[in-house]
Design a protein around this ligand. Structure first.
Ligand code: KG4
Ligand code: ZN
Length: 361
C-alpha cells in the first residue's frame, strides 16, 4: 500500500482497534496489559426489515458510523488520536466491503499519525477473547473453543497464540445461520437467535423428535441443513400455505424448544469428540454470538464437568462481534513478540486460522 512505517522501539502503550467484518461497527481502546479503556458497538438495524445482512448496505453503514464512533470511544477514554500508539483492524474473514472500509480507516489513522497497524483475524479474535485479563478466567493454553456465530462454526484447539488446530467445522450452515433461518420460518424477526430462545421458553424441548446431524459420528464436524429441512417440513404440516403468522403459538414454541435442544445436543456431542482428541485441554470455551444461548451453554458446561475441566463463556457483549476482542488479539500477538507491520496487507474474505500472514497487497 505505502512506504513502511517506522516503529517506536518501546512497546505500544495504547491500542485502538476497529471491527467491521459483518454488520456491527465497533471500536475499542485497550492498554498494553489488556485493560479496557473504552469500547463502543453500533449494530446496524437496517438489515432487520430485509431479513438478513446486505453486504453493500453494511459496508456503507460502517463508513457512515466510523468517524463518530471513533471520536466517541476516544472521548470516553479521555484520549485523543495522538495518544494512540498502535492501530489494529479486522482484515478477515468476513464481508469484503466492510473489511476494506474498517481496515482502511484504521490504516489511514495509523499512517496519518506515523504509527504501526496490525491486521487481525476475526476468528482468532473470538477465540482469544476469553483470555482477556479483566475476565478473570486465567485461561491457559491449550484450551478447546467451540466458536458458534452467524458466520462461523468451528471447533478449535487453541495451542498457543498463533497456533491453532481446527478440529472441525460446519459442512453447511453455521449454527447462528440455522437459528436465524428457523426463526424466520417461525415468523420471528431477524436476527432470529435471541427471539427463538425467548419463544422456546414457552415450549417443550421433547415435543418433536428432530434429527441430530452427525451426532455420534467420527470427528468434530457439524451439519445443520438436515435439521433445518426437518423443521421446515414440520412447519409445513401446520402451515401448508406458508403464512407464518398463522402458526399456533404453542406449536411454534414447541418447535423452537425442540430445535434448540437438537442444536445443543449436537454441539455437546461434537465437544465430547473434540475433548477426546485434545486430552491436554485445560478448559472448554464457547465463543461467538450463539454462545449467548443458555441451553447451549448448559449443555457445554455439562460436557466440561464430565471431563473435569472448567467451562468458560465470555460475557455476552464480548461473545457477539466487538472491537475489544480485536484489540486483545493484537495485544496477544505483541505479547508473543510479534512486530506490528501490516500496513501493506489486503483485506481477505477468507482467512483460515492456519495462515498467520495476512495477504500482502
Ligand atoms: O458473533 P455474532 O455477533 O456475529 C457473527 O460473527 O456472525 O453472531 C450473531 C449470531 C446470529 O446468527 C444470532 O442469531 C446468533 O448469533 N445469536 C443467538 C443468540 N444470540 C445471538 N443464537 C441463539 N441464541 C441466542 N440467544
Ligand atoms: Zn464474529
Amino acid at each position: 500500500m505505502s512506504a513502511p512505517v517506522t516503529h517506536s522501539p518501546t512497546p505500544a502503550r495504547l491500542l485502538l482497534a476497529i471491527e467491521t467484518s459483518c454488520d456491527d461497527t465497533a471500536c475499542a481502546i485497550l492498554a498494553y496489559d489488556g485493560t479496557i479503556l473504552a469500547e463502543g458497538v453500533l449494530s446496524q438495524t437496517d438489515h432487520a426489515i430485509l431479513g438478513g445482512v446486505v453486504p453493500e448496505i453494511a459496508a456503507r453503514a460502517h463508513l457512515d458510523a466510523l468517524p463518530a464512533l471513533v471520536t466517541e470511544v476516544l472521548k470516553k477514554a479521555s484520549l485523543t488520536l495522538a495518544d494512540i500508539d498502535i492501530f489494529a483492524g479486522t482484515t478477515g474473514p468476513g464481508l469484503i466491503g466492510g473489511l476494506i472500509v474498517g481496515s482502511s480507516y484504521a490504516k489511514g489513522l495509523a499512517m496519518a499519525l506515523n504509527r504501526p497497524f496490525m491486521a487481525v483475524n476475526h476468528i482468532e479474535a473470538h477465540i482469544l477473547t476469553p483470555r482477556l485479563p479483566s475476565l478473570g478466567a486465567e485461561l491457559h493454553f491449550p484450551y478447546l473453543t467451540m466458536l458458534v456465530s452467524g458466520g462461523h462454526c468451528q471447533c478449535v484447539s487453541v495451542e498457543q497464540t498463533g497456533h491453532y488446530v481446527r478440529l472441525g467445522g460446519t459442512i453447511d450452515d453455521a449454527a447462528g445461520e440455522a437459528f436465524d433461518k428457523v426463526a424466520k420460518m417461525l415468523g420471528l424477526d431477524w436476527p432470529g437467535g435471541p427471539a427463538l430462545e425467548k419463544l422456546a421458553t414457552e415450549g417443550r424441548d421433547d415435543a418433536y423428535a428432530l434429527p441430530r446431524p452427525l451426532k455420534g459420528r467420527e470427528g468434530c464436524d457439524f451439519s445443520f441443513s438436515g435439521l433445518k429441512t426437518a423443521v421446515s417440513r414440520l412447519i409445513d404440516t401446520q402451515d401448508p400455505t406458508g403464512t407464518r403468522d398463522a402458526l399456533p403459538r404453542q406449536f411454534a414454541a414447541d418447535v423452537a424448544a425442540s430445535f434448540q435442544r437438537a442444536v445443543a445436543d449436537v454441539m455437546a456431542d461434537r465437544a465430547e469428540h473434540a475433548l477426546a482428541l485434545s486430552p491436554n485441554a485445560t478448559a472448554l470455551v464457547v465463543a461467538g454470538g450463539v454462545a449467548a444461548n443458555k441451553t447451549l451453554r448448559h449443555a457445554l458446561e455439562q460436557v466440561a464437568a464430565n471431563h473435569g475441566i472448567p467451562f468458560f463463556a465470555p460475557p455476552l457483549r464480548l461473545c457477539t462481534d466487538n472491537a475489544v476482542m480485536v484489540a486483545w488479539a493484537a495485544l496477544e500477538r505483541l505479547h508473543a513478540g510479534e512486530t506490528p507491520n501490516d500496513i501493506d496487507t489486503a483485506a481477505r474474505p477468507r482467512w483460515p486460522l492456519s495462515e498467520r500472514t495476512p495477504a500482502h497487497a
